[in-house]
Design a protein around this ligand. Structure first.
Ligand code: PLP
Length: 769
């Protein structure tokens, strides 16, 4: 295991994720350490060591009162805002149990863009306490502002209303005065919680002058450590302790107080209250920082849109999307360039949108592509300047690799020569480039990725020779017509069938003697082999180098087989237009013209395995094995396939196009603490960085210890498998990436395709200094 002291921040890291958590201010850290080292007493002890601790506790409470303007009411130290939210909601619901019975349709209202802690806690305690109220989201408009009319309509039935000062994803703030007016006009006594987490230190809160009943705060969002927070409770508002015990915090929250955390708040509150101190910047200065960052982003990304109005947002948050780029693209690039930002969907291979942006009615691409960049109220001009320079530099890497189109686009095509796999959820688009002939073709284009293709084509000035589908996809929008407009005029005039295959084409003969139509791509051909079954017009495209008009099995590089053969299952044959009897013949025909080891590239990839072969599939699938060995009749096959298809509905929508068996992986992990020894013991190992080329450029590591690193992006892993086919048995490969997730996927795929010596580094560059 790594020693804690070996885990260090990257040099020159630019931290722009303050809404998730802030760094700890040195003054706050010092206060905590001082308290741990020297003022370690228990505030409940009556000796002098305890009394000193008690002084820290109570003086911090007084400072807190000044900061939030709470000269009355209780301030209770908690572990953080989630506990504060919990306490508020339990207190309110417990107090309303009887009242709930007197209202015909009681409701619990919360803003649709609240932090998940709020609705989840409402639902949980509504059920646990048998309140049986309807938990209702208050809609927001396109700017994220709460719908007052909705509140007015429902407030009289409300037991509790939960809103927030400012949103953590967008920084959009609510007008508390106006909100109070509408709430109190319609229900003077309803219990009102306002989540103040993102407002502390950024917005002046004269809380005791409002009728807010509960206000939770969190220390780690304002330069304190994690594990400390506080809750304001208005004088006279119902309160139920959720932790009983020794009676600390005047019996409101038992358990020995987190004094080091409280001491750190003490230091922060002193700075906030000190008008001479400039650690915390004025609103105008923060607005200036925001503008500077926005100017840099606007210059960097031509197609940027902001997902909130700056007019009604805190100056410290910028939430944006860039047309044509996924949030993962930007996150990974920025992370490689040492810029830490956040996005809702960056960590999972499944694309998810932001519920906050969805509630604001933003288009799907904006919601799925959103990036949140958040600095803090104690950020400095120097940090913002460095951030802007880092963003400018990072974007150059994207331009070089044609993810962005500008005059400065990449000179070399080497990074795109061959086959790339682009994924969107489990859907796959295959893009093949012949660098020599500067031609490109696209198979099974996913609409969400069409922008990427357009940018690549325009950036490199490639000639598009085909935009093809392997079948009519029932689960996705068809964008191929639109993409064909990228073809040059003569190609656009060519008549194509409904899957994009041109009427004018050449021919090639396959191993079984069958002659099929074919088009040329560089020195290869793409042959069109009709393979009905999954759908009526399903087909496979075979890419390879023919000799004397014959495309022999062993000369086929890749087969784009659509849904016919997937990784872990045969494609469905129970859909509208499916023909199971033809599926039987199609699979047998495919086996006649390819080898058991030819790479099959399917239109779905449910498990990040990229490609497969007939041999591998037959190994895992008894029905396929029997079919290939001629041990099952067509009638038996149809029967057994129907049984398999019936299981798909039970497996859920994820596997709409075929029943997929889970693959077991046997990765060989080389943990970061063992890496140095591993490399020393294996001087012949090939280190493979599987991040995308723009990330590799933004954070270029040429060597890992003494071993040279080569960049084989995950999107090109099938190309790599094909090119390095001859080295499967001998060469050792160790894969590495940012976090260990992509390297695990790459190593898994290689291992599955018989690369014998494959390793990967869990934790990735994040843990390798
Ligand atoms: N409310 C908001 C608006 C937040 O941003 C967060 C943290 O992300 C929370 C509540 C939860 O805070 P804590 O991490 O202190 O439990």
């Amino acid at each position: 295991m790594l020693n804690l002291t070996d885990i260090q921040p990257q040099a020159d890291e630019i931290y722009l994720d303050n809404n998730a958590t802030t760094p700890v201010l040195p003054q706050a850290a010092e206060a905590a350490i001082h308290t741990m080292n020297l003022c370690y007493g228990n505030p409940s002890s009556s000796h002098m060591t305890g009394l000193k601790a008690k002084y820290i506790l109570e003086s911090t409470r007084m400072l807190a009162r000044q900061v939030i303007g709470a000269d009355s009411g209780d301030i209770i130290f908690t572990s953080g805002a989630t506990e504060g939210i919990q306490t508020s909601i339990i207190s309110a619901l417990n107090a309303c149990r009887e009242k709930a019975k007197t209202i015909a349709n009681p409701v619990l209202l919360y803003g649709a863009t609240e932090h998940k802690a709020v609705p989840e806690t409402l639902k949980h305690w509504n059920a646990m306490l048998n309140i049986d109220a309807k938990v209702l989201a208050i809609p927001v408009d396109e700017r994220g502002i709460l719908d007052y009319q909705f509140i007015a309509r429902h407030a009289s039935d409300a037991l509790m209303i939960c809103t927030m000062v400012a949103n953590n994803e967008t920084g959009v703030f609510q007008d508390l005065k106006a909100l109070e007016q509408v709430i109190r006009d319609n229900n003077p006594g309803v219990l009102w919680m306002v989540d103040c987490v993102q407002g502390l230190g950024k917005i002046s809160l004269d809380i005791a002058k409002t009728s807010i009943d509960y206000a939770p705060f969190s220390g780690h969002k304002l330069y304190g450590p994690k594990g400390i927070g506080m809750l304001y409770v208005r004088h006279g508002s119902p309160y139920t302790p959720i932790i009983a015990g020794g009676g600390q915090e005047s019996g409101l929250r038992s358990g020995t107080e987190n004094l080091p955390g409280i001491a750190s708040l003490n230091a922060i509150f002193k700075l906030l209250n000190d008008e001479q101190d400039d650690t915390f910047k004025s609103h105008d200065v923060l607005c200036g920082y925001r503008q500077q960052l926005a100017d840099t982003l606007n210059k960097a990304f031509e197609n940027i849109v902001y997902n909130h109005d700056f007019d009604c947002s805190l100056p410290t948050t910028l939430n944006f999307s860039v047309k044509g780029l996924s949030s993962k693209d930007i996150m990974d690039l920025f992370d490689a360039a040492r810029i830490r930002v956040s996005s809702g969907s960056a960590c999972s291979s499944k694309v998810t949108g932001s519920f906050v942006l969805d509630a604001m009615g933003k288009p799907k691409w904006q919601s799925e592509g959103a990036i949140r960049l958040s600095f803090g109220p104690a950020s400095t001009q120097e940090e913002i300047d460095r951030a802007c320079i880092a963003i400018e530099d990072a974007v150059v890497a994207m331009q070089h690799h044609c993810l962005l189109l500008t005059d400065a686009n990449g000179e070399s095509d080497a990074d795109v020569d061959g086959l790339q796999q682009w994924g969107y959820d489990n859907q796959v688009t295959w893009c093949y480039v012949s660098q020599a002939s500067r031609q490109i073709l696209l198979i099974d284009p996913v609409a969400e990725l069409s922008e990427r293709f357009q940018t690549l084509v325009n950036c490199r000035q490639f000639e598009v020779v085909g935009v093809l589908n392997t079948h009519l996809h029932q689960d996705q929008e068809d964008c191929s017509q639109m993409l064909r407009s990228l073809m040059h005029d003569a190609m656009q005039q060519t008549i194509v069938d409904n899957l994009g295959w041109p009427e004018t084409h050449g021919q090639v003969t396959l191993e079984n003697g069958q002659t099929v139509s074919a088009i040329e791509v560089g020195d290869k051909v793409l042959a069109n082999l009709p393979l009905p079954g999954h759908t009526e017009n399903s087909r496979a495209y075979l890419l390879g180098k023919p000799a004397d008009g014959v495309l022999k099995k062993e000369n086929i590089d890749y087969v784009f087989a659509g849904d016919l053969i997937q990784i872990g299952g045969i494609g469905r044959s129970d859909l509208h237009g499916s023909m199971p009897e033809h599926l039987f013949d199609s699979i047998r025909l495919l086996a006649e013209v390819v080898t058991p080891d030819t790479l099959l590239c399917p239109a779905h990839d449910y498990q990040q395995l990229f490609s497969t072969t007939l041999a591998l599939e037959a190994n895992a699938n008894p029905l396929l094995a029997k079919l290939l060995a001629d041990e099952v009749s067509k009638t038996e096959f149809i029967e057994q396939k129907a049984q398999l298809d019936a299981q798909i509905l039970q497996a859920g929508e994820q596997q709409l196009c075929g029943l997929i068996a889970q693959q077991n992986s046997t990765l060989i992990d080389v943990f970061p603490d063992k890496l140095q020894n591993f490399l020393a013991d294996n001087p012949d190992v090939q280190v493979v960085d599987v991040r995308e080329p723009h990330e590799f450029e933004a954070h270029r590591r040429e060597y890992l210890d003494d071993q040279k690193i080569v960049n084989i992006p995950l999107t090109r892993i099938t190309d790599f498998i094909h090119r390095f086919n001859g080295e499967k048995a001998d060469t050792k490969f160790i894969c590495i990436c940012r976090s260990g997730s992509r390297s695990a996927a790459a190593a898994n795929a290689l291992k599955r395709l018989d690369f014998e010596h494959v390793y990967h580094v869990p934790g990735g560059f994040a843990l390798v200094n």
